[in-house]
Write a protein of this length. Sequence first.
Length: 300
Amino acid sequence: MLDSLPPALRGVIASLLLGLNTLVCCVPLFVASLLKLCLPFPSAQRLTDWLMRHIHEIWISNNKAWMKLIGHTRWRVTGLEGLDYQHSYLITSNHQSWVDILVLQYVLNRRIRPLKFFLKQELIWVPVIGLAWWALGFPFMKRYSKAYLEKHPEKKGKDLETTRKTCAKFRGKPTGIFNFVEGTRFTPGKHTQQNSPFRYLLKPKAGGIAFVLDAMGEQLQSIVNVTIHYPAGRPGFWDLLCGRVKEVVAHFEEMAIPVQFLGKSYEQDDTYRLAFQQWINQLWEEKDLLLRRMHQTYPE
């Protein structure tokens, strides 16, 4: 263990280990993705998919190793009992920090299939890792503002079209699809700007998960609703690298997908859209109450 070293030195070591892990895993990943492009046969596709999934899991496992190496984090995790590696899930969570992603990968690695996140299209240009996300089939979304859509109505529905094309690749394959419903990280400034009705959360954006349900709802086993709390306060990514995340509280709730939300169009069915938004808001009210209890049980 390196927890006796100064935090800054641990941060440098962890950064080097993360970078090395990424480079080492990306080389075989890119080779497998090239084979997948060049060999469009079912047997070859199954083999390359298997290779790429296991490389992804090895990358996460190696990250878990350096996280354990640099510090002692107390993990208080509940609700994982029913999850199955052979099923597909839609996972969502509150979003406080980039650390959330590493937390979710840490806890869910090899319990379910590796998570695929919805990413802004601009992130594909991130050196090395952007290409890795593309190779692994992460959905890249181009967001349009309301003002832009008013001027270019032909772009309306492009997000749903992209989601459907991406989700079509997962048909028949167990998959973990992840979406942060809040759309961005919680900060006091954003909370005030939104005039959020919740104490610990930003307003939820229902469209993302509604699109996934539209595209592949019947393939999904369930929704996994995750609530994360950091008793020492919201950590930054550098805090994680320095081993300063001393405690993580996470509750996983597996929920059946309401039948009335399957096979519906979020963009075209106003009644469905309103009902779905009300359902998401109810989930967020319950999550806010749970976070309140977490803050009381595990205070800062």
